[in-house]
Design a protein around this ligand. Structure first.
Ligand SMILES: Nc1ncnc2c1ncn2[C@@H]1O[C@H](COP(=O)(O)OP(=O)(O)OP(=O)(O)O)[C@@H](O)[C@H]1O
Ligand SMILES: C[C@@](O)(CCOP(=O)(O)OP(=O)(O)O)CC(=O)O
Length: 429
């Protein structure tokens, strides 16, 4: 390897929309038809780690995703690389004799290695965490001085939902008005400490790659759905105002009502698409005569919420069958996990430690140590006589317990062990 290698490693969270982005008004700049709001998920549990490196010895831009080399020739990667290079500044490391002038960045090639600690392209927003991390890490490497909102407008060109992963807490993607997209960017509404009672439980129903990607799905919707026009013009603007109020005031009832309604309307818009898109069911599912787990999860939460004075849990589903459940506090989260494990016990060959991932203390709060405790769970009181005769194991792959979390983080350069590229070769470790 000729000369020095300079590298940085960053970690970036994923996010889940509570008011959904669905539909573009400009495909290549990735400009949406409506504002959206998301909550950033704690990177302790779900995150992307990306190392970017530069060296005079590299002869082309290269990238490895989850250990496999992928092509960077796609427009989305090229747009992000070009936009960051255009904002690069002088960089100097006297100790290591590295001096890169602003204009040199155009000629220097980069190596990128990225790892998602959760399934890629399975409806868990890997593109969001992935492009946010790529843009954040490249900006650090190239000494670009942009603030997170300006970086979000670049990450947006990798994947729309990625712009919201540049901040922690609750984040709004403002759709903007400009044709060049300069005002279509993310802003933080509140940080991750503002509403730290919330607990988020994800039921991973399928980690298979989905059949219709968000990109093609929303293109078909824009072309064919009248309901989308109504949603973007009439429904979302009002919901955005109400959702911001609910978040500012910790108003869980309003938050839950808006979150569930917006998820349901997003899936209604998918059904209104020609040909219709069914994200909430997994067509390969063997038990088609039984109600699909997604419908049973919705029914369980709706029954429970109606049996209480005010909603306890909000549900939301992205472009896949995985349920994201937001509980108002830890006590509710423990009751929610009991209900989920009652209806969706692990299969016979799965142990609890690989069935409930993330913040396992919720499992402890729920009084569950092993499979025996799951078998002994009583039916939820609101179900009364409607309890299923059989509880089948294996319908949910696993659960992830998490919470609202922080935004991107630069990992210490001193601790080279965190880097995904080798310091002497610039290739994946
Ligand atoms: N760590 C990463 N770094 C860069 N790009 C990534 C990374 N992870 C995923 N991607 C890109 O995102 C694509 C997957 O996006 P896709 O929208 O299909 O799935 P998803 O983001 O997991 O699901 P959804 O957006 O519906 O929640 C990958 O094919 C890859 O191009
Ligand atoms: C259902 C969603 O998750 C859609 C996400 O779509 P993507 O951001 O993955 O789409 P592209 O911009 O084409 O890359 C809703 C949301 O995150 O707001």
């Amino acid at each position: 390897m000729a000369g020095w290698i300079h590298m940085v490693t960053a970690r970036t969270p994923t996010n889940i929309a509570v008011i959904k982005y669905w539909g573009k008004r400009d495909e290549s700049l990735i400009l949406p038809v409506n504002d959206s709001i998301s909550v950033t998920l704690d990177p302790e549990h779900l995150c992307t780690t990306t190392t970017v490196a530069v060296s005079p010895g590299f002869d082309q831009d290269r990238m490895w995703l989850n250990g496999k080399e992928i092509s960077l020739s796609g427009g989305r990667y090229q747009n992000c690389l070009r936009e960051i290079r255009a904002r690069a500044e002088d960089f100097e490391d006297n100790e290591r004799g590295i001096k890169i002038a602003k204009q040199d960045w155009q000629k220097l090639r980069v190596h990128i290695a990225s790892y998602n600690n959760f399934p890629t392209a399975a409806g868990l927003a890997s593109s969001a965490a992935g492009f946010a991390c790529l843009v954040f890490a490249l900006a650090k490497l190239m000494n670009a001085k942009e603030d997170p909102s300006q970086l979000s407008a670049i990450a947006r060109q990798g994947s729309g939902s990625a712009c919201r992963s540049l901040y922690g807490g609750f984040v709004k993607w403002i759709m903007g008005k400009e044709e060049n997209g300069s005002d279509s960017l993310a802003v933080q509404l509140v940080d991750e400490n503002h509403w730290d009672d919330l607990v988020i439980i994800i039921a991973v129903v399928s980690s298979r790659q989905k059949e219709t990607s968000s990109t093609t799905g929303m293109r078909d919707t824009v072309e064919t759905s009248m309901l989308l026009q109504h949603r973007a013009k009439e429904v979302v603007p009002k919901r955005i105002v109400k959702m911001e109020e609910a978040i500012q005031n910790h108003d869980f009832s309003s938050f839950a009502q808006l979150t569930c309604s917006d998820s349901n309307q997003f899936h209604a818009v998918c059904l209104d698409t020609c040909p219709p898109i069914f994200y909430m069911n997994d067509t390969s599912h063997r038990q088609i005569i039984l109600l699909h787990p997604c419908c049973r999860i919705i029914s369980c939460i709706e029954k429970w919420n109606r049996s209480e004075e005010s909603p306890q849990v909000a549900y939301t589903f992205d472009a896949g069958p995985n349920a994201v459940l937001i509980a108002r506090n830890r006590k509710t989260a423990a009751l929610l996990l009991q209900r989920m494990l009652y209806f969706f016990p692990p299969s016979a060959d799965t142990d609890m430690s690989s069935y409930v991932l993330g913040d396992k203390s919720i499992l402890k709060d729920a009084g569950i140590q092993g499979v025996n405790d799951v078998e002994a769970l009583p039916p939820p009181p609101e179900m009364k006589d409607k309890v299923p005769a059989q509880r089948n194991g294996g319908e949910v792959s696993y659960f992830i317990c998490t919470r609202p979390g922080r935004g991107p983080l630069l990992l210490s350069e001193a601790d080279g062990s965190l880097a995904l590229l080798d310091h002497s070769t610039g290739l994946p470790k």
